[in-house]
Structures are given as C-alpha cells and as structure tokens.
Ligand binder design. Structure first.
Ligand code: NAD
Ligand code: GDD
Length: 327
C-alpha cells in the first residue's frame, strides 16, 4: 500500500485530495494548522502542526512515505492577496513551509513531492488585455508577477527544482488557475470570486442587486476542484516535472460569471460594479502543455461546477442561519 503525506490537508484542495488518495487505496497522513471544518478529510492520521516549525516537518515526514503533496500556504482570493496588507505574512509563512518540507523530505529520503504553484506567478504585462491574456508556461520569464504572492510562488517553484537538481527529489509542479467547488472558503475575506459571487447571489433578495468588484469586464477561468485533483494525480504519476498549468480554458468576464450564477439561482438580480481589489485584467489557462505531456486536460463545463457549488454554498448559509446565537 502506498503512503502519502498531504500538507495543508485541513484546507480546500488538500481535503479533496486526501479523499481521492483514500479512494485509490493509499494510506494517508494529513497535516495542517487546523482541522478541516467540512469533515472533508478521511486521512488515516491527521496531525495538527505548524509547518513553519522545522521540528513539525521533521515529525510528519517519515522515511516510509512514497509521496508528499505540499499544499500548505497562506492563501486567499483578491481580497486577501491583492490588498498588499498581507504581503509579508504570505511570503514569510509560505516560504517557511516549503523550505521545511523540502529539507525534511531530503533528510528522510522521500522520493517524490508535489508542489502547488499558482497562475499568479505569470507576468502582469501579459495579462493586461482581458480578451487575450497569455499564460503559456514558457511565458513565465522575464518574470513580473503583479503580487508578492505570485513572486513567492515563483521563488518556491525554483526551490523545488533546485532540490530536484541537487538532491534527486522528483518534483512535480502545477500552476493552479482559480480552483473552486464545494468545501472551499466562501466567507470571511479569503474567498475567491466564484464562492463570493455564489454567496452574494444566494443571500440576495429576489429583485435586489449584488456587488461585483471592478467594472466586471476583467476575465478569469475557474476550475472545479474534482478536475484539479485529477490533474494533480495524473501529474504525480507521470515522468513530467512541470511546471504545468492546471486550469480551465473557459474564460469568462466577472459580470458574465455573475449573470451565470444569477441565472442558476432563478432570481431576478442586477449587478452593481464597485471599487475593490482587482488583480490582473485578464487570465486564462493555456492547456497545450498539459495535453501534450499528460494526454489530458480538464473538460467539465464551468456551469456544471457552478451549479454544484451554488447548491453547496446555499446549504452552508441555511445551516448558519439555523445555528443558535451565542449568549
Ligand atoms: P486553503 O487555504 O484552503 O488550504 C491551505 C491550507 O494550508 C490551509 O488549510 C491552511 O491552514 C494550511 N496552512 C497554512 N499555513 C500552514 C502552516 N504554517 N502549517 C500547516 N498548514 C498550514 O487553500 P487551497 O485553495 O486549498 O490551496 C491549496 C494550495 O494551492 C495553496 O498552496 C495555494 O496557494 C495553491 N493554489 C490554490 C489556488 C486556488 O484557486 N484554490 C490557486 C492557485 C494556487
Ligand atoms: N474575491 C472576490 N470577491 N473577487 C471578486 C469579487 C468578490 O466579491 N467581485 C469581483 N471580484 C473580482 C476580483 O476583483 C478579481 O478581479 C476577480 O474577481 C477574481 O478574483 P479572485 O477569484 O478573488 O482572485 P484571482 O482570480 O484574481 O486570483 C486567485 O486565483 C489565483 C490563481 O489563479 C487567487 O486566489 C490567487 O491567490 C490564486 O493564486
């Protein structure tokens, strides 16, 4: 039986990944600073620990592991990563996790390690035209990410590749493009646009309005988490190191995305475009390389993933409304 460690197992993608590995017959250890609030975790062993501490990395990374999945990071949507107020924490916390996990993996002789990078590492100058962004893997350099979060991801990609070159660890690196789905953060300030818009629409009175940051003409592509996990597993089982995009090529403007969610809800709502943290003007996954190297790329239509996510977020809101108010 293969043994895997999932770092960041208390989080959104990490929780889904644990369940996927279990369904494939793996023995799985999870580690995170927090438990998974949606019970989205069937790990055989779950350790609450802070990977910024090298002793924790040394404890959870044991020589019997076949694979490590490093997803632990200080992470959030535009309201968290593009305001500038969290830059030092994001860089400090995420780099420490990566350094400690890699060093312990080297010392324990763990052979294969997955790293979750981000589309935020692509240069800002290639993402100014909302209708024609360029995010092919070979466009990463000369580097010019628009956020410190993106610079940290770029540095850490290089860190994983350096451990591969110098210490023989097999690195597998994916650049995720805005992953969404059930059990993702949907409130509190770290939520990304798909969850934020689903929440706003679900909470709005029929006939009312919802707020969308920016002019709504900025574009993104959003990938349902099941496809992301499929991509992680395929990359990890392949001979290809990456970095490679794991994302959807179904690009949409934010206002059109809001209209899709409104349509799914069956409500009659208008859109107010208001100032807010924006990030790049346009972004879309380029799936040529993943198709070439893995013979696979995501195919689930955006609307299908959004229907599932809207239903789940509506249920979360209803559950919260039923919770007793603390005295
Ligand atoms: P998430 O915030 O739900 O999961 C990250 C987990 O890491 C959290 O549970 C958090 O508690 C944990 N963590 C943070 N600091 C830690 C520490 N010091 N020690 C132990 N655990 C720690 O986010 P997610 O969406 O599941 O993202 C997973 C990974 O994928 C992250 O590296 C993120 O940067 C990357 N990524 C995600 C997206 C996306 O759209 N979701 C896009 C690009 C990249
Ligand atoms: N979060 C959020 N909430 N975004 C909104 C909202 C809202 O209510 N309304 C409009 N937006 C707009 C943002 O201004 C931004 O232009 C766009 O929707 C997308 O925002 P996010 O989904 O929050 O982030 P992102 O796509 O810019 O970046 C995310 O994806 C990256 C990978 O592709 C972040 O989560 C990054 O951390 C991640 O690496």
């Amino acid at each position: 039986m293969k043994k895997a460690l999932v770092c960041g197992a208390g989080g959104f993608i990490g929780g889904h990944l644990v369940n996927r590995l279990k369904s494939e017959g793996y023995w799985v250890r999870g580690v995170d600073v927090k438990g998974n609030e949606y019970d989205n975790n069937n790990a055989d062993e779950f350790i609450i620990g802070d990977l910024r501490n090298p002793e924790v990395a040394d404890e959870v990374i044991t020589s019997d592991l076949d694979e490590i999945y490093q997803l632990a990071a200080d992470m959030g949507g535009a309201g968290f990563v593009f305001t500038g107020t969290n830059d030092a924490a994001i860089m400090h916390n995420s780099v420490l996790c990566n350094l400690n996990v890699l060093e312990a993996a080297k010392n324990k002789g763990v052979k294969r390690i997955f790293y979750s990078s981000s589309a935020c590492m692509y240069p800002e100058h290639n993402q100014m035209d909302p209708n024609n962004p360029k995010c092919s893997e070979d466009s990463a350099y000369p580097a010019n990410p628009d956020s410190e979060y993106g610079w940290e991801k770029l540095f850490s990609e290089r860190l994983f590749l350096a451990y591969q070159k110098n210490h023989g660890i097999e690195a597998r690196i994916a650049r995720f493009h805005n992953i969404f789905g059930p059990m993702g953060t949907w409130e509190g300030g770290r939520e990304k646009a798909p969850a934020a818009v689903c929440r706003k629409v679900a909470m709005a009175e029929d006939g009312g309005s919802i707020e969308i940051w920016g002019d709504g003409k900025q574009t993104r592509s959003f990938l349902i988490v099941d496809e992301c996990v499929e991509g992680i597993r395929r990359l990890m089982s392949s001979d290809f190191s990456g970095p490679v995009n794991i994302g959807s090529e179904e690009m949409i403007s934010l206002n059109d995305f809001a209209k899709m969610v409104i349509n799914i809800s069956g409500k009659n709502l208008s859109i107010d475009n208001i100032p807010g943290p924006l990030g790049v003007r346009g972004r879309n996954s380029d799936n040529h390389l993943i198709q070439e190297k893995l013979g696979w790329s995501p195919t689930t239509p955006l609307r299908k993933g959004v229907e599932k996510t809207f239903t789940w977020i509506t249920e979360q809101i209803q559950k919260k409304e039923l919770e007793p108010v603390a005295a």
